[in-house]
Design a protein around this ligand. Structure first.
Ligand code: UDP
Ligand code: MG
Length: 348
């Protein structure tokens, strides 16, 4: 018996509200952004574990965007092989090593999903946890950070990371979540907005935290690296740390201004002291000393203050040069001039 049969013949034809009524539920597409740099020994195991975890979620469509960040080992042939056997795999192959943060950015440029998950490919970020991020997203979060409850790295790395996140938080205006790396999920609209941030020295996790939207955290235990060594030696970690502070704060520049005022005040006190010695205790004042002191102190104080002023302008030039969007929109409600109905979160 069809639906038409049970309806009484007198009943009016049902009004179909195409704009409001949800169609047959479309499965959301989840894109994974997966940076790879010299991971030949672990990448196949990573892919196997990720696909095994995804096999348990037939309610999701997936796209896997591997970004080969100029690997010099056998990673690329392995990725090509994965792409040949799995239609969900896309490989973006860089001409050289551009670094983790740029690799993530390129992956975001190529990801088409309703949500995008960024994760490492060394099995330190467990694939199963990515599905918890998806669940939090489906409950309404726009950005889901995976927070490390524990990590298996060396004591040195743990201690420096711990201290770094706290210093960063104290020196910038941005509320950067503690103990999170780049393992996170972004809703489509957040990913699109993030793509408008084109600064060169980038600190993606800071930018994301500064964006607003509905953010949530999911805790997980960070595993040990499956194979190979960390691609973040101390040198790269230090560079990332500096990028983190300088891309969100002009505090170091403001410090010069404060220092300038301090030095100028001390110089004036020194000049007053030198003059007082000259007039009141001429017998113990070496000839020429007063002049010398006045010139040195005056120059020192004014130079320091001038540097601060220049620093303030450089700070402004810097933030203009970053060219970040002025604002980000969560959604626009109401009817647009072209008659398009807008609003709602779409098909989540
Ligand atoms: N990575 C990259 N380019 C680089 C360095 C690292 O794409 O120049 C990738 C690497 O393959 C891994 C992720 O970024 O998937 C994180 O790197 P790693 O595991 O070495 O960092 P750690 O977990 O030790 O902080
Ligand atoms: Mg790692």
């Amino acid at each position: 018996m069809t639906q038409q049969d049970i309806r009484s013949p007198a009943a009016p034809a049902p009004v179909v509200l195409t704009a409001v009524e949800p169609g047959p539920a479309r499965r959301p597409l989840i894109s994974y952004v997966l940076p790879v740099y010299n991971e030949q020994d672990g990448i196949a195991a990573f892919h196997a574990e990720l696909t095994a975890a995804l096999a348990g979620r037939p309610d999701l469509d997936v796209q896997l965007v591997y970004v080969n960040d100029g690997s010099t080992d056998g990673s690329l042939p392995i990725l090509k092989d994965l792409a040949d056997h799995d239609p969900r795999v896309r490989v973006v192959d860089f001409a050289r090593n551009f670094g983790h943060q740029i690799a993530i950015t390129a992956g975001l440029d190529h990801a088409e999903g309703d949500a995008v998950i960024v994760m490492d490919t060394d099995l330190q970020d467990p694939p199963k946890v990515s599905l918890e991020l998806v669940d939090a997203w489906r409950e309404g979060a726009d950005i889901v950070h995976a927070r490390r409850r524990s990590r298996q790295d060396s004591a040195f790395k743990r201690a420096t990371a711990h201290a770094y996140y706290r210093v960063l938080r104290a020196s910038t205006d941005v509320d950067i979540p503690l103990d999170t790396g780049d393992f996170r999920l972004l809703d489509r609209k957040v990913a699109d907005e993030l793509r408008r941030y084109r600064e060169r020295s980038r600190f993606v996790r800071g930018i994301v935290a500064s964006m607003g939207y509905r953010q949530r955290e999911v805790s997980f235990d960070r595993d040990e690296r499956f194979a190979g060594e960390t691609k973040y030696p101390l040198r790269k970690m230090a560079r990332l740390a500096v990028d983190g502070v300088t891309s969100f704060s002009t505090a170091p520049l403001k410090m010069i201004t404060r220092l300038g005022f301090g030095v100028l005040a001390l110089s004036l006190a020194g000049i007053v002291y030198a003059l007082a010695m000259k007039f009141f205790r001429p017998e113990i004042t070496v000839s020429g000393w007063t002049m010398l002191m006045c010139v040195v102190l005056f120059l020192g104080g004014t130079q320091m203050l001038s540097l601060g002023v220049i620093g303030a302008y450089i700070g402004r030039i810097y933030s203009e040069a970053q060219g970040r969007p002025l604002y980000l929109v969560r959604e626009v409600l109401g009817t647009a001039a072209d008659g398009d109905e807008r609003g709602g979160d779409g098909d989540r």
